[in-house]
Design a protein around this ligand. Structure first.
Ligand SMILES: [Zn+2]
Length: 469
């Protein structure tokens, strides 16, 4: 289908949506106002309140079997509409938890006081991922209110621990297989390509997250009394970190690359075909130059190659002025983004073995695994991927590009491996959404048109031949 001379969606649904644009934004803001930071224990009640907010919204619009389900951590919200007899069933996934807001002083408006201006919504979670949950609910609401049903059967599963490695999700999925049975899983937690070009994500990197702890004495030592005669944990940590990567950007951990699927010529031509303005990308970052593994383009480094990054490091005196000590201990958080066919457990074992090998003597060094997830790649030619492509083209007026993204959504691999469902990543955030950073925002054009894309998408899936989904 080319860009529309007929309405992209049922005109009655479109009119219903158009009349309620202001209410919709008010509801979106109310949803963003609840500070559902999953990583911080003091926000546990807020996470639960957010789950309850969604459940109330689901019941109000006419979804059924709505439940705030216990997981042992932050709850999962489930709801469905299953009356499209003979039509496929889709499972929609999103996450209502958000990242912490530090450094809060860099926000131009408070992170949990969302404001709409200049065509965008600013606030934590506006694009990642509460905004996209809100879009799905609004699409369902519009269809239920105007047509009395959805064109396909849809189960909604919104979790509250995605930003904390989805620690309880897999066990919940295992225990609720029948409840979440579907022909396809739709994950809306991604975004458009550079230049805000509609896109479908067909690959995601996995993740291995670890912490390195270097411990010396029980308490800090006087650096005059003990300097030069004991190992300094902070220096030792620096030695370890320096050994992890070469100046060519290559990760020095033995066996790290053993399982990496090499990029085929076809993979590389997909990356090369994407409309990517590297100068604009660099300018937006405000950096003197980009840096990455030698021998790969920027998009290949981001979507098709693994990484190892220090996410934080600390130890010793952090205050103003000077304090002459040898710190008792020092620590680093390390994340690796993984590509097919790397396994997080295997990468952790390789890292731990290598750290043990390069750790200086005189201190105790340990490495522990904090979380992980498998990488995944989805077929471009899957009928549901193609249905999503038609829905995007009909509503945004432009055929989507297919992208392998740098991010990680561990649940993607869980849906594939635990539930055996193909996964289609249909996300609407603009590429520079400041996800996880200060001043997160959502383009309200993407938000509004995206709601119509979802409406159209359900119609496209219902129209697939029986074996389609
Ligand atoms: Zn997200």
């Amino acid at each position: 289908m080319t860009s529309t001379d007929t309405a992209a969606i049922d005109p009655a649904v479109d009119a219903w949506l158009a009349e309620r644009a202001d209410d919709r934004l008010a509801s979106y803001q109310a949803f963003l106002r609840i500070p559902s930071i999953s990583a911080l224990p003091e926000h546990a009640d807020d996470c639960r309140a957010t789950a309850e907010w969604i459940a109330d919204d689901m019941r109000r619009i006419g979804l059924e079997h709505v439940e705030v389900a216990e997981t042992g951590g932050h709850p999962i919200v489930y709801g469905d509409w299953l009356h499209a007899t003979g039509e496929p069933t889709a499972l929609v996934y999103g996450h209502y938890d958000v990242q912490p807001v530090d450094p809060v002083e860099l926000w131009e408006s408070p992170p949990f006081e969302p404001v709409a201006h200049d065509g965008s919504m600013f606030g934590r979670g506006s694009s990642d991922d509460k905004g996209q949950i809100h879009m799905h609910l609004r699409a369902a609401e519009a269809l239920l209110a105007t047509t009395g049903g959805l064109p396909v059967n849809v189960r909604y599963l919104f979790e509250g621990e995605e930003e904390s490695s989805s620690v309880h999700l897999d066990r919940w999925l295992e225990a609720n297989r029948e409840r979440v049975a579907a022909d396809v899983a739709i994950i809306s937690d991604t975004g458009f390509f550079e230049g805000n070009i509609p896109s479908i994500t067909v690959g995601l990197r996995g993740m291995m997250y670890a912490q390195i702890d270097v411990v010396g004495t029980a308490v800090d030592l006087h650096s005059g009394g003990y300097g030069g005669v004991v190992q300094n944990p902070a220096n030792a940590l620096a030695t370890i970190i320096a050994a992890l990567k070469g100046p060519d950007g290559r990760i020095a951990v033995p066996e790290f690359y053993d399982d990496v699927a090499a990029l085929s010529d076809e993979d590389r031509s997909h990356f090369a075909a994407l409309p990517f303005d590297e100068d604009a990308y660099l300018a937006r970052l405000g950096l003197p130059e980009l840096f990455g593994e030698t021998g790969f383009t920027t998009l290949e480094r981001r979507g098709g190659r693994p990484t190892l990054d220090v996410n934080g490091l600390w130890g010793g005196f952090q205050g103003e002025g000077s304090k002459t000590i040898i710190p008792a201990h020092a620590h680093a958080k390390i994340s690796c983004r993984l590509v097919p066919n790397q396994d997080p457990d295997r990468i952790f074992d390789a890292l731990r073995a290598y750290v043990a090998q390069v750790a200086p003597p005189g201190v105790t060094t340990t490495v522990r695994l904090l979380g992980g997830g498998l990488p995944s790649v989805t077929p471009v030619d899957h009928p549901v991927t193609q249905a999503a492509a038609r829905a995007l083209e009909a509503t945004f007026g432009r055929a989507p590009v297919y992208v392998r993204e740098g991010g990680s959504i561990p649940v993607c691999a869980s849906f594939e491996s635990i539930l055996g469902q193909p996964v289609v990543l249909l996300g609407f955030a603009q590429p520079d959404s400041h996800a996880h950073a200060p001043n997160e925002w959502m383009d309200l054009g993407n938000y509004e048109t995206g709601i119509r894309t979802i409406v159209r998408f359900w119609t496209e899936i219902a129209d697939l031949p029986d074996e389609g989904a």
